[in-house]
Design a protein around this ligand. Structure first.
Ligand code: AGP
Length: 602
């Protein structure tokens, strides 16, 4: 997710653009830039946070009154100055800022190179500048040139574009939010209300496939049917802080709710009809690995435990999962035909980083990371990004489901190479997951009501079998991280080897009871053992039968899916349970005590 801001009016706009970016910095902060018509096109970009761009502006401040600006969260291409936006077509004197992912950028890039365009960056976004330039060469109306270019684009975009000699900003939206600010003789474009709030409370929210032309005299909007349309002007009523949270009380809640979109982002452009398209995997086509080792910490480690199951179940590749901190201090046995996978949201976790540095001395390494250009991403031989966008909540939620989605992509691709026949069914099941997550989220109030019953307890047990065991571990971690409740995850069958000693009416037990008949029957008998000792049971289930109703005090139903994809659904109620119990206990889920978002110390 990135931040876009633009202005057209009578005021010199450089400092105004900079302030707008500052308001949007929470959307992405690895590099920033702006383009101003002064009246020639003036571009200033900087790696790092917006303060770095501000330093550059101190020495060269363009004086124009039309400009666009961007703060970046890298999806393709390292965070550096050349990959920062705006991107330009120097031949046609065009600048563009973009938020989203251009899925067909490879093909567009090759086509434009053949037409003589020279690319400066490694990003997908840069193709937009050259594609618009390609059409603008023969089309004098800049609006139409942008329209023609976007008709060739597949993927998500929110863009703003300017052209030397044209007193206008052309903006367009498809899948990434874009808002117009309606001022008095001045107009704004922004990724969200945050940056507009200081100037005007009158906004227009563009719809997908809308293209708009902003001039000093006003604006026109064309819809997907190429018809000029009227969009209602709305009044902003939120305060700035609320806007950054998009109306949520905490970033953790926002990020839980974002998961239908972020899971889709993780597989967007990768789930080909005949194969999974993962650039990183191509690096290993000549590396016949026979084993996999996953290294990670915390939530990422639990994603790794799910990865073990996925690789062994789908591709029959023996897989071991190690806490990175344990692996690096042991004298590990690594074979040269073992693929080592590091999983990390931040890409900066010290233990995982050092474990990868150790592993790469013996064999090939692969990263599943969220932060583009992070140290772990650069240390591994290849990898894939989960495209979850900035995860600001300390408790990892959307990154976890993004990691599991990427592990699933890897597992079904490895399976496809030996069992191509059932690839399409596995592909279809994943495509259906975002809507199923939405369905679970629609029952949030029911889950919140359950949280109210158990928020006063100081202990909890999370139990699951098979793939539901790492999900139980993750659910327990979420609760203990943010609520002050001591929660423990355990294999359901192991309960009678110890934890059952703790069961009484003061011990809430969360059972994850989805899965095949064998698992289900076994979990029901574990529930009966808890019930017999007056334990309180919350069951996550995909069907509601009479026996479950008799045993569980509360049932949270999740849609059916395959065993391999069930963690993507079963974890959602656990995230919401943890979040609401923490809030009910007066905690700030975004600032859990003693915790940091990235553990960059050992
Ligand atoms: C998860 O909610 C925690 N914030 C923590 O366990 C985290 O998963 C762990 O520190 C690993 O971080 P990473 O994914 O950035 O490497």
């Amino acid at each position: 997710m990135c931040g876009i801001f633009g202005y057209i009016g009578e005021k010199p706009c450089a400092s105004l653009l900079l302030e707008g970016l500052r308001r949007l910095e929470y959307r992405g902060y690895d590099s920033a830039g702006m383009a101003v018509l002064a009246p020639t096109l003036s571009i200033i970009k900087a790696k790092g946070q917006i303060a770095e761009l501000a330093k550059k502006l101190k020495s060269t401040t363009p004086t124009g009154t039309i400009g666009i600006a961007h703060t970046r969260w890298a999806t393709h291409g390292e965070p550096n100055e050349q990959n920062a936006h705006p991107h330009t077509c120097t031949h046609e004197r065009i600048a563009v800022v973009h938020n989203g992912i251009i899925e067909n950028y490879h093909a567009l890039r090759e086509y434009l190179k053949e037409k003589g365009h020279h690319f400066q960056s490694d990003t997908d976004s840069e193709v937009l500048a050259h594609l618009i330039g390609h059409f603008a060469k023969d089309e004098p109306d800049f609006f139409i040139a942008v329209q023609q270019a976007l008709s060739e684009v597949e993927g998500a975009y929110g863009i703003a574009a300017i052209k030397e000699g044209r007193d206008e900003i052309i903006v367009a939206r498809n899948g990434s939010p874009l808002i117009l600010g309606i001022g008095d003789g001045e107009y704004f474009v922004s990724s969200d209300h945050t940056a507009i709030n200081d100037h005007t409370k009158d906004i227009i929210c563009l719809e997908d496939k809308d293209i708009a032309r902003l001039t000093r005299e006003g604006y026109t909007i064309i819809d997907m049917h190429n018809k000029e349309i009227h969009r209602d002007v709305e009044k902003i009523t939120w305060d700035i802080h609320k806007i950054q949270l998009s109306g949520h009380d905490h970033f953790m809640h926002k990020e839980i709710i974002e998961q239908p979109e972020t899971v889709a982002n993780a597989f967007r452009g990768r789930l080909g009809k005949t194969a999974v398209k993962l650039d990183g995997l191509e690096e290993f086509k000549d590396f016949p690995f026979t084993r996999i080792r996953i290294l990670a910490c915390g939530t990422s480690y639990y994603a790794g435990l799910i990865g073990k199951y996925l690789f062994e179940e789908n591709a029959r590749i023996p897989t071991e999962v190690d806490y990175a901190s344990e692996f690096r201090y042991r004298n590990p046995i690594l074979s040269s035909d073992e693929l080592v996978i590091a999983i990390s949201q931040s890409g900066e976790t010290a233990d995982t980083l050092e474990a990868i540095r150790l592993a790469k001395k013996s064999t090939a390494t692969f990263g599943i990371v969220n932060v583009v250009g992070s140290t772990i991403a650069r240390q591994t031989k290849a990898g894939i990004y989960i495209h979850a966008g900035p995860e600001i909540g300390v408790a990892s939620t959307k990154a976890f489901t993004g990691q599991v989605t990427c592990l699933y992509l890897l597992a079904i691709e490895l399976r496809r190479r030996t069992h191509p026949a059932d690839y399409l069914s596995r592909r279809e099941e994943l495509l259906a997951i975002p809507e199923k997550i939405k369905e679970i989220l629609s029952h949030e109030e029911d889950i919140k009501a359950i949280s109210k019953v158990y928020a006063r307890h100081d202990n909890a047990l999370y139990l699951g079998r098979g793939l539901n065991y790492p999900v139980a571990l993750e659910g327990a971690l979420k609760l203990k991280e943010i609520s002050g409740i001591h929660a423990e995850g355990y294999p359901a069958a192991e309960m009678k080897h110890g934890p059952i000693a703790l069961i009484d009416e003061n011990m809430p037990v969360v059972f994850i009871a989805t899965g095949d008949e064998v698992n289900y029957e076994k979990v029901l008998s574990n529930m009966a053992e808890v019930k017999a000792r007056k334990g309180k049971i919350i069951a996550i289930a995909s069907k509601n039968d009479i026996r479950l109703t008799k045993l569980a005090d509360h049932i949270i139903l999740v849609p059916k899916t395959t065993e391999c994809l069930s963690p993507l659904l079963n974890v959602i109620p656990l995230q919401l349970l943890a979040y609401h119990m923490a809030v009910l206990r007066g905690k700030n889920p975004d600032r859990p005590q003693n915790l940091a978002k990235a553990v960059t110390v050992e």
